[in-house]
Design a protein around this ligand. Structure first.
Ligand code: NAP
Ligand code: G3P
Length: 464
């Protein structure tokens, strides 16, 4: 493959070109997928104990490159140093845990005579076998972790992988993928396709030799892919509008601390960020004040100028900042009370808190993917549940109350994949099930769940 065109990757922090990736053509994609198809035939026949060794080596290599990859993440997706380093270490742990988990996953043996009329000499031996060529598509905000969370379980299950990183994140994602290749994966087993999703994405997704699509990204693109992909099995983690439901018996200091951490880390550019606070009137004044106080501790700045920990950094691009600014302006026009923030310097938006946000405002429903948090006041627990469930999204929610019976009762009524009780919403640790319902996704990620999702059952029935 000789790339004819390249895409310059600029840092969102400095606007300097920090690298370039090939803008691949359809012919390039065909070649990479064909190689994956060929590589699959060799890779699937390797014993599991051999496949897991590749993952252990990649995890080691990743840690050896921690400093270099941390620096690249800072420059490419604007993460602060602490978050960038955490993503690299977390990913090495994820890859190791995936290898450990795979070694301990087993098939089944089902006897026919447990069913009326079934005879004793008949039994099924059930194995999990690889599906074929998995297309792994990752988003910009965790370009290493959300690449490995697809690539590692897919490979350890015996699949070949074609990896399409987000363009803004493709240097970091490709860095990780190349480590898999460096440890000696057979030719073609892992291929990297770079290029703008809007230009080459549909061709890859609809390619006849793609057997599974594992996608993380926006609901808009996810919906589009689902329509294009037809019968190809999908695993999708999409957008969110995670609610923090706060009841009158909550510990408000703990609640405020979790809400601020959950809403503003990495400028709220996390699918699992807390993106709305739904609080009963009795404690709304006190909570709003405590959140505002906690927000004063947020560290705001540009990671190339300030080392260490920063909570709020410049957003990934101008379009994202424009979108967030639009939500802020509309909330102001419609009468929401701005408690702090609301300013913009370039693509950096200061941590913004609105009170008295009402359901006629876009901010109540749309995913900002930015540092702006609405407080929605309600009269009762029932109303809080109703508004939480009225969202098109259903990724996660938090419930803050000191009454655990009540916490479980509320949790059971929330139409989301995961409910955090007295904690911010979050995906980690990465072996827990992670899923979205409604417009937040299809299927379940999380190490053992991802391994299972990217295999299929093969049943061999013995008739003695
Ligand atoms: P995005 O714009 O949807 O892009 C996601 C990926 O899809 C990128 O690799 C993109 O490539 C690719 N893509 C775009 N159009 C495509 C097409 N037609 N066919 C195939 N691939 C295509 O999302 P993002 O801006 O990177 O990430 C932010 C969004 O992802 C937010 O909505 C966030 O909530 C969601 N997200 C969800 C989770 C979760 O686990 N639920 C985690 C992280 C992020 P290009 O970059 O080249 O366009
Ligand atoms: O948006 C990416 C998602 O995976 C966030 O992960 O652990 O920060 O909630 P986490």
């Amino acid at each position: 493959m000789i790339a004819k065109q390249f895409i310059d990757i600029k840092s969102p922090l400095t606007d300097e070109v920090i690298g370039k990736v090939p803008a691949m053509s359809r012919e390039d994609v065909d070649e990479i997928i064909q190689r994956a198809k060929n590589g699959f035939k060799i890779w699937r026949d390797k014993p599991l104990h051999e496949r897991v060794e590749y993952l252990y080596k990649v995890a080691e290599l990743l840690l050896e490159h921690e400093v270099e990859l941390t620096s690249l993440l800072i420059k490419e997706v604007g993460k602060d140093q602490k978050s960038a380093k955490s993503e690299v270490v977390r990913t090495a742990d994820l890859i190791k845990f995936t290898a450990d988990t795979a070694k301990n996953m087993h098939g089944q043996n089902i006897n026919a005579d447990s069913f009326p009329g079934g005879n004793k000499g008949k039994f099924a031996i059930i194995k999990h076998v690889p599906i074929g060529v998995v297309l792994a598509v990752s988003p910009f905000n965790y370009p290493v972790n959300l690449a490995a969370s697809k690539i590692a379980p897919a490979l350890v299950s015996g699949n070949a992988v074609v990896f399409k990183p987000a363009t803004q994140g493709s240097l970091s994602g490709s860095f990780l993928a190349k480590l898999f290749i460096e440890v000696g994966l057979p030719e073609g087993v892992l291929g990297i396709v770079t290029g703008k999703g809007s230009q080459i994405g549909d061709y890859i997704v609809t390619h006849c030799d793609i057997n599974f699509i594992n996608f993380t990204g926006s609901t808009e693109v996810g919906n589009h892919i689902a329509k294009e992909a037809k019968m190809v099995p999908l695993l999708m983690e999409l957008g969110g509008k995670d609610a923090a439901v706060v009841l009158e018996d909550a510990d408000l200091d703990l609640t405020a601390s979790h809400i601020v951490g959950g809403a503003f880390a990495y400028s709220g550019q996390r699918c699992t960020a807390i993106k709305r606070v739904i609080v009963v009137n009795e404690v709304a004044d006190a909570l709003a004040e405590k959140i505002k106080e906690q927000m004063k501790k947020l560290k705001v700045g540009n990671p190339v100028e300030i080392e260490g920990t920063l909570d709020v950094v410049p957003l990934i691009n101008e379009g994202s900042a424009d979108f967030v600014e639009g939500l802020i302006e509309e909330a102001k026009i419609k009468g929401a009370k701005l408690l702090c923030g609301g300013e913009r310097k370039g693509n950096l938006i200061t941590p913004t808190l609105f009170d008295y946000v009402t359901t006629d405002m876009r901010l109540a429903w749309e995913e900002p993917f930015g540092p702006v948090l609405p407080i929605i006041r309600v009269n009762s627990e029932e109303e809080a549940i109703q508004i939480t469930n009225a969202s098109e999204y259903g990724l996660q929610a938090s419930v803050f109350t000191t009454n655990m019976h009540r916490a479980f009762e509320v949790a059971d009524k929330l139409e989301v994949g995961t409910v955090q009780i007295n904690n911010k919403t979050e995906r980690g640790p990465d072996h827990l099930p992670f899923l979205g319902v409604k417009s937040s996704g299809i299927g379940v990620q999380g190490i053992s769940y991802s391994i299972e999702a990217m295999t299929r059952i093969k049943s061999t029935v013995i008739n003695l």
